[in-house]
Design a protein around this ligand. Sequence first.
Ligand SMILES: [Zn+2]
Ligand SMILES: [Zn+2]
Length: 272
Amino acid sequence: MKQNLHTHTVYCDGRDTPAEMAEEAIRLGFDSLGFSGHGRLSIDQAAMTPEAQEAYIKDVLKLQQRMQDRLKIYLGLEQDVRGRCPEKKPFAYIIGSVHFLEADGVILPLDHSPEIFLRILNELYHGDPAALAKAYYAEVRQMADWDEVDIIGHLDLITKFKERIPGLSFDDSVSIQAALSCIDVLAPCKLFEVNTGAIARGYRHDPYPSEKLLRYMHERHARLVLSSDCHDRRYLDCFFPEALEMIQRCGFRSLYVLGDNGFEEHDISEFD
Ligand SMILES: [Zn+2]
Ligand SMILES: [Zn+2]
């Protein structure tokens, strides 16, 4: 069993075409592959333009037909909370993510660079990580009420640069509580991803979410998918074996994959 639902192509900020990604997926032994282009959002330079999104949909649906005997392909979308999709159709699934924070009329991307992250922390939240964490998780948790969202993307994205910014920590009780109560609200209604994307890009050595959050997610009966937030086909299954080990270490015995009838639970021993 091998699936990755979080992948980006040349239609947004990825390096490869959908066809190139699909060929690599077959070579790596994937059963299925989902594309999750950044849904249109004017403030986001990584997002698809309306024209690119139309072309993306057409291209992926065509590829789905062409590849049907070799690889199951799903058309998905990564939707930022600031660019809500009016309709789920034609997407088979939607990953909901928070990539920006806004305060005092200034809006900045969380995951662009350590320098911009520090501006968010210092200029928008007066150097207080707990205030930043509270604002971030408040944005994430609102997706509990959004029916179109299936999977919560990179739950603790605010930790992306923890290895690049000395002293940055969200281990204070306010930040932890914000994360845990977000999990409480989302676990009954959404899937979460274990996302290895920042490892492939050299930012960190472990996936989102942290082991601490994953253990709590297990207590709350959260449902997980495994993804690599892939922007380069060379890293389509980056860190998957290690992530599977981590998931089991945190108590999970199953993972979810998208099938023809929605998300299905599979024993973790079926994955490789
Ligand atoms: Zn994202
Ligand atoms: Zn992504």
